[in-house]
Design a protein around this ligand. Structure first.
Ligand SMILES: [Zn+2]
Length: 368
């Protein structure tokens, strides 16, 4: 019988434990994937450190890339781009599976749809295993959007596609076209620097990155930010610093990946007439924002929120990385050192180092 190594997360005060479990028979519509690479996403770290409480025990990890090992009965014959799916193909897949015919899916929000299943977030039970990235194998459930990807993308970079890159693609779908516009990107972590790269690629006039950390701002410059502002709690306001740099150009798009209330409030204050703010970073409990309704009305502002992404965003993310992964130094953002049995060291390193991403190779030991 085929078996899989899995790393189990129990609670914030316990080390993850590695076990070997049977690979169950595939049910109708399922695909068995061998996980080639998993990057620890910020939300994995918030679970690991106890800032967010998940159903446990669980298999963390949802930024994953892998190879198809087996196709179950009535598994999809083609991917989201209509390319045939075969054993051996390298694929990425959406973080969610849900009913594609439910109302939310039809509204373009399948990540909140009926019957939602989320990779890297499900409770581990004897009859529900292999649903995360920190595992040798993953079973793709029915109704999971799957995409075959170009094998020339390095594994640590390809792993970023199905959370970080797809979420940024979703934020740019919500912001509308950024061509010739001045865009402010708040938070120069993984999502922020990807947003800089995507805005640069879409010919934004200015890509202005904002962060509290000079090193992260230097990284943003390597990913297409032509202007940067370091937030100083006691210094000039963000609006004053930004207006000193953009020479009268209105800021028409603000993307917040920081999740910091003061920063989100400051972004609303610097947005020009007709500007759009998209909130992505604040996916954890925090104080309510203080926003002037009068300013929102008189400046005809729009605020939008985004959690995860939909299938169109995943496709956009794959296409962006297939075409442009070589144009930006993505590989420098992933600390590539750990195997599955070193998962505790990987989490400790990720928390202590503040690296953009720490990678784990779940299947390397047995890959031959
Ligand atoms: Zn994630």
């Amino acid at each position: 019988m085929k078996t899989s190594r899995i790393a189990i997360f129990h609670s914030k005060d316990q080390p993850l434990t590695c076990e070997t479990v049977p690979v169950p028979a595939l049910r109708e519509g399922e695909i068995l994937v061998r996980n080639e690479y998993t990057t620890l996403c910020r939300s994995d770290l918030t679970t690991f450190t106890g800032k967010r409480v998940e159903k446990t025990p669980t298999i963390l990890g949802h930024e994953i890339v892998g190879r198809i090992e087996a196709l179950g009965l009535a598994a999809p014959a083609a991917d989201c781009r209509n390319a045939p799916l075969r054993v051996g193909d390298r694929v990425t897949w959406a973080i969610y599976a849900s009913d594609p015919d439910c109302e939310l899916s039809r509204m373009g929000i399948p990540q909140k749809g009926v019957g939602l299943f989320k990779y890297g977030h499900e409770r581990l039970t004897p009859d529900n295993t292999l649903h995360g990235g920190l595992s040798e194998y993953c079973i793709l459930r029915k109704h999971t959007p799957v995409i075959r990807i170009d094998q020339s993308i390095p594994l640590p970079v390809a792993a970023l596609i199905n959370c970080s890159v797809a979420t940024v693609a979703g934020s740019l779908r919500l912001s509308g076209c950024v061509r010739d516009k001045t865009v402010v990107v708040a938070g120069a972590g993984m999502l922020g620097v990807i947003a800089c790269a995507m805005c640069r690629n879409e010919s934004a006039k200015n890509v202005l990155a904002v962060d509290i950390d000079e090193v992260r701002l230097a990284t943003a410059r390597k990913f297409g930010a032509n202007l940067t502002v370091k937030i100083e709690p006691q210094g000039q306001s963000l609006k004053e610093q930004v207006s000193g740099l953009v020479h009268g150009q209105p800021v028409l798009v603000a993307l917040d990946f920081s999740g910091v209330p003061e920063t989100m409030e400051a972004l609303m204050a610097l947005l020009g007439i007709g500007g759009i703010a998209v909130w992505i970073g604040a996916a954890f409990p925090q104080r309510p924002l203080q926003i002037s309704a009068e300013s929102l009305i008189r400046n005809v502002h729009t605020m939008k929120g985004l959690h995860n992404y939909n299938q169109a965003d995943l496709i956009a993310a794959v296409e962006f990385m297939e075409q442009h992964h070589g144009a930006f130094p993505f590989e420098t953002l992933v600390h590539d050192r750990f195997e599955l049995d070193e998962v505790n060291e990987a989490f400790d390193y990720a928390v202590k180092s503040g690296a953009h991403r720490v990678g784990v190779r779940p299947a390397r030991r047995n890959a031959g």
